[in-house]
Design a protein around this ligand. Structure first.
Ligand code: 4AD
Ligand code: MG
Length: 465
């Protein structure tokens, strides 16, 4: 019967079982004794299966001896105990069918040797065939499944918020415009400006930067909800932590304040790390071996550490008294840079930290004004080794204060009528946060660059594949 390589190697099938496996060749080695050893991978698990092929097969010379890395093969045979170390089973082949040879083995990009991550980005369509991208892909899957499981088990509903929108949820002006306009024949107003009222949505439409505003409406009806979908930011930041297209997990809870929000984020992160350590032990062991030697230990440390909670104002004092000279000097009122965030959690606190209550002038219009009149109930969660991984807040549920803040920031309330309605019809304290999914993947796998945490990264100058 046809089985995955994971199943074939699992030990669930008794010795001598006949099975068929299908996959892509990693390596082939021939012995003088008339045997070929073909390593075959199908991505179902970290390991490849060793297939021992005797030269007595009818197509041994015509097919088997032509196998090179990347060829697609269907192999049938019996499972026998493995002589080699590490694996319990190998296959003694009785038939090999090649469904696809590799055109030009010399130039096939994925050779059985280490490749740099930079090189692999140039072959994003073939990099899933490497050990490292197989492992990243499985870990990413397990993280996503664990996120959904966590929310489901805790009574949250997954709400699918729109990707095309007219609202700038962060008020930061970093949106990509969506248009059906025929660029050669742009409709013009009398004054000569492009007339967006004549376009598909009869209004300027954009790709969403966050599902938050939409999910707030569902929160104020279903109490515990979350979004998990793609978001887009036209920030021209060529860094190892920013993507133009990334996935975000955004829960929203009603009758809740910032402290409850921080507790939720802490519980979610610990849950998903625990799940991935259990589910992906072999992939995680590979990351320790080849990518980042603390990949497992730092997740364990994360799971076992109560998060520190620090006020922004205290964080600024800590940084100022640190005696360290930063590229960006710190003073009350500035946003914390990655170097500050990393110093705080890595040198000072030594575990994840929730920084709370930021100055209002550096935070989004929807965040709740604190009683001090100069800070808002915002939080960032900082992780050792990466910096900000979560950004969230308690939302301003009082209409007059929301309006005042929008006016102060020059935001047109007319654009946000529906959002204001939520404060007019049964308003309640509520809070939520955004967890960048690729930042989570980067952190879990110990990757150096966020471009390797998503299958097809979109960054300034790059949208190919
Ligand atoms: O801090 P941010 O901008 O918060 C929001 O978007 C809120 N609406 C979330 C909410 O309260 N519902 O983004 C949240 C997280 C960041 O902490 C970071 O992990 C990730 O999203 N993120 C990015 N990840 C990759 N590339 C980018 N360009 C990112 N920008 C933000
Ligand atoms: Mg943020």
């Amino acid at each position: 019967s046809a089985v995955s390589i994971k199943e074939a190697l699992s030990g669930r099938r008794p010795e001598g079982s006949e099975v068929t496996v299908k996959g892509w060749v990693r390596t082939r080695r021939d012995s003088k004794a008339g045997l070929s050893f073909v390593n075959l991978s199908d991505g179902s698990c970290f390991d490849a299966i060793q297939i021992v092929v005797p030269n007595t097969l009818a197509n041994y010379d015509s097919d088997v001896l032509r196998l090179t890395a990347g060829c697609a093969v269907i192999a049938t045979g019996t499972l026998v105990p493995s002589q080699g170390k590490g694996q319990n089973f190998e296959m003694q082949a009785s038939a090999i069918e090649v469904t696809g040879f590799v055109d030009d083995p010399e130039t096939y990009p994925i050779q059985p040797k280490p490749h740099s991550m930079e090189f692999l980005r140039e072959v994003a369509h073939l990099r899933p065939r490497t050990n490292v991208f197989g492992a990243i892909t499985r870990v990413r899957h397990s993280l996503a499944q664990a996120v959904h499981r966590f929310f489901h088990e805790n009574g949250f509903y997954w709400v699918n918020t729109p990707i095309i929108t007219t609202s700038d949820a962060e008020g930061a002006g970093q949106m990509f415009r969506v248009s059906t306009l025929d660029m050669a024949n742009l409709p013009r107003t009398e004054k000569g400006a492009v007339d967006f009222d004549k376009d598909f949505f009869a209004k300027d439409a954009f790709l969403t930067v966050s599902g938050q505003l939409n999910v707030e409406a569902y929160c104020l009806a279903l109490s515990k909800v979350y979004t998990f979908g793609p978001t887009f930011r036209a920030e021209n930041s060529n860094t190892s932590r920013h993507l133009a297209e990334f996935w975000m997990i955004e829960p929203e809870i009603a009758f809740a304040d910032l402290a409850a929000d921080a507790d939720l984020a802490e519980a979610l992160l610990k849950y998903v790390f625990k799940a991935v350590l259990e589910e992906r032990a072999d992939d995680m062991a590979f990351f320790v071996d080849r990518v980042e030697k603390t990949a497992i230990s730092r997740l364990e440390h994360f799971i076992n550490s109560p998060f520190e909670r620090i006020d922004y104002t205290d964080a600024v004092k800590i940084l100022q008294n640190s005696g360290k000279s930063f590229d960006f000097p710190v003073e009350w009122g500035v946003d914390l840079q990655t170097e500050h965030e990393r110093f705080l959690v890595e040198q000072h606190v030594g575990r994840p930290a929730v920084v709370m209550n930021y100055p209002e002038q550096i935070k989004a219009f929807y965040m709740r004004m604190n009683d001090d009149g100069r800070t808002v109930a915002a939080m960032d969660i900082l992780a050792p080794g990466i910096g900000e991984i979560v950004g969230g807040s308690q939302r301003e549920e009082r209409l007059e204060l929301l309006d005042a803040r929008m006016a102060k920031m020059g935001i047109d309330a007319a654009h946000y009528q529906w959002y204001r309605d939520l404060r007019r019809y049964g308003t309640v304290p509520h809070a939520g946060f955004g967890l960048g999914f690729e930042r989570l993947v980067v952190y879990t796998c110990g990757l150096a660059n966020i471009r390797d945490a998503i299958p097809y990264p979109r960054v300034p100058g790059h949208a190919e594949f």
